[in-house]
Design a binder for this molecule. Structure first.
Ligand SMILES: Nc1ncnc2c1ncn2[C@@H]1O[C@H](COP(=O)(O)OP(=O)(O)OP(=O)(O)O)[C@@H](O)[C@H]1O
Ligand SMILES: [Mg+2]
Length: 383
C-alpha cells in the first residue's frame, strides 16, 4: 500500500519577517509503492526534511493529504502512524547496551521477555551486531552506532521507514558501506523506505526512484537512470553529476529523437528528448563528460601524435562536433578528467577511462570533441 502524498503544501510563518510566510513545500504529490525505496534529493532548504516530518506526523501539512498503508493519516499523531524514523544523530540511549537499545521499543509495547529476546537476536544477526550485544554506545564506532539505530527502527516492523540524512556524520568510507547495508536490510525486510539526502551519489546508490526537489517544488521523479541520463529540465541536469550544455535549434524530428543545428553551425542527432519538439524549437542538449569522445586531430595523418594522446573514437563524419585545446588535466588513476577550452563561455568537461591503456592528453593538446546520439538528451531551452 505504501505512502501517498496528495498535493501537500506546507507554509510556515517567516520567523524573521512577522506577517510574512515561507513556503517550505509546494504542491507535492507522489505515490510510493509498498516495498519501494524512494529518496528525496535536493539542495539545502528545498523542503526535504519538512516533507519527511509531514509523513511522520511531526509536522502537519497546510494543505493536502498524507496516506499510509491505504489510510488517510492527516490527523494522526506520530505514535499512531506505522512509521519509524532514523535520524542523522543516532539518538540511541547511552546508558543501555546494544541489545537493550534494540529491544526498547518492544518493551514499550509490553511484549513478553522471551519474544523480545528472540526478535532482538534475529535483528542483531541480520545486522552483524551479535558480537556487540553487550556493549554500550560509547564503546562503538560511528558506523556501529548507526547500525544499532537502524536495527532499533526495524525491530518494530514498521510499514514505513523514514531516514533523514542518516549517514552524514560518518566518514566517506563508512558512508559507502552503510549505504549498501541500508539497501540490503531494506530489501531483506521489504519495508517501504523514504530517504532524505543532499548527496546525489547516495541517492543513486540506494534508490528505486529519486524525487529531485528545489525550493519546495518537485523537479522530477524518476529512476536513477532517468534522473541522470534523461533529466526533465536544466535544474535536474545540472544538480546531478557534471554536465555540458550545448544550445541549438531543432531541424528535424526523428522518432524519439531530433536532429539539431547547434549554434556553432554543426548538425548532430540527439536520441532522446524531454518534450515533444517541433522543427524550429530551441533546444538545450545535455551531454555528460564521460560521453564525450576525444580525438587527436593529428591522428589521421599517423604522425605528430602527441606523446600520450591516443585516439578514443573517430567522429561520425570527418569534422568533429567541436574543437578545443586541453586546458586542465586531472589524472585520477582510473579516469582522466579534462577541462577543454572550446571557445565557449564555460570549459567543456570530459572524462576518459583506463588512461594506462588509452593514453591521455596533456595541457595545450588540440582535440576534436564528439558524442554519439544515444548519450545526448534534449531539453527545451527555457526549461
Ligand atoms: N519551523 C520552521 N519555521 C519557519 N521556516 C521553516 C521551519 N522549518 C523549515 N523552515 C523553512 O522551510 C524551508 C525548507 O526547510 P527543510 O528543513 O525542509 O529543508 P531541507 O531540504 O531539509 O534542507 P537541509 O538539506 O538543509 O536539511 C527552508 O527555507 C526552511 O528555512
Ligand atoms: Mg533537512
Amino acid at each position: 500500500m505504501g505512502v501517498k502524498l496528495v498535493h501537500i503544501t506546507k507554509v510556515f510563518p517567516d520567523p524573521h519577517h512577522p506577517g510574512k510566510e515561507v513556503v517550505a513545500v509546494r504542491n507535492v504529490s507522489i505515490d510510493v509503492k509498498e516495498g519501494e525505496f524512494v529518496t528525496f534529493l535536493g539542495p539545502s532548504g528545498c523542503g526535504k526534511t519538512t516533507t519527511l516530518r509531514i509523513i511522520s506526523g511531526f509536522e502537519y501539512p497546510t494543505e493536502g493529504e498524507v496516506w499510509i498503508s491505504g489510510k488517510m493519516v492527516n490527523n494522526d499523531p506520530p505514535n499512531k502512524r506505522d512509521t519509524s524514523m532514523v535520524f542523522q544523530s543516532y539518538a540511541i540511549f547511552p546508558h543501555l547496551s546494544v541489545a537493550q537499545n534494540i529491544g526498547f521499543g518492544l518493551e514499550l509495547k509490553g511484549l513478553p521477555k522471551e519474544r523480545i529476546r528472540a526478535e532482538t537476536e534475529r535483528i542483531m544477526a541480520v545486522m552483524n551486531l551479535t558480537n556487540l550485544a553487550n556493549r554500550r554506545p560509547d564503546q562503538l564506532s560511528g558506523g556501529q552506532q548507526q547500525r544499532v539505530a537502524l536495527a532499533r527502527a526495524i525491530v518494530n516492523k514498521p510499514s514505513v521507514l523514514l531516514f533523514d540524512e542518516p549517514l552524514s556524520n560518518l566518514d566517506a568510507k563508512l558512508r559507502e558501506q552503510m549505504r549498501l547495508e541500508i539497501r540490503r536490510i531494506q530489501k531483506t525486510f521489504g519495508i517501504t523506505s523514504i530517504y532524505v539526502t543532499h548527496d546525489q551519489v547516495e541517492a543513486m546508490t540506494v534508490s528505486d526512484r529519486i524525487v529531485v526537489m528545489n525550493e519546495g517544488n518537485i523537479m522530477q521523479i524518476g529512476t536513477p537512470f532517468e534522473i541522470y541520463s534523461r533529466p526533465l529540465n536544466r535544474f535536474v541536469a545540472d544538480f546531478i553529476g557534471r554536465v555540458n550544455f550545448f544550445e541549438g535549434t531543432v531541424t528535424e524530428v526523428k522518432g524519439q529523437g531530433v536532429r539539431v543545428r547547434f549554434n556553432h553551425g554543426v548538425d548532430r542527432e540527439v536520441a532522446s528528448c524531454s518534450i515533444a519538439f517541433k522543427p524550429g524549437d530551441k533546444a538545450l542538449v545535455v551531454v555528460r563528460p564521460e560521453s564525450l569522445k576525444l580525438v587527436s586531430p593529428s591522428s589521421s595523418t599517423g604522425n605528430g601524435i602527441s606523446q600520450n594522446a591516443s585516439v578514443y573514437s573517430h567522429p561520425a563524419n570527418g569534422q568533429p562536433f567541436l574543437e578545443g585545446k586541453i586546458d586542465k588535466v586531472v589524472y585520477l588513476g582510473s579516469v582522466c578528467e579534462y577541462e577543454i577550452d572550446g571557445g565557449r563561455e564555460k570549459p567543456v568537461l570530459a572524462v576518459t577511462h583506463n588512461p594506462i591503456e588509452e593514453g591521455f592528453f596533456q595541457p595545450g593538446d588540440l582535440v576534436g570533441i564528439d558524442f554519439s546520439p544515444i548519450s545526448a538528451h534534449a531539453l527545451p531551452l527555457s526549461s
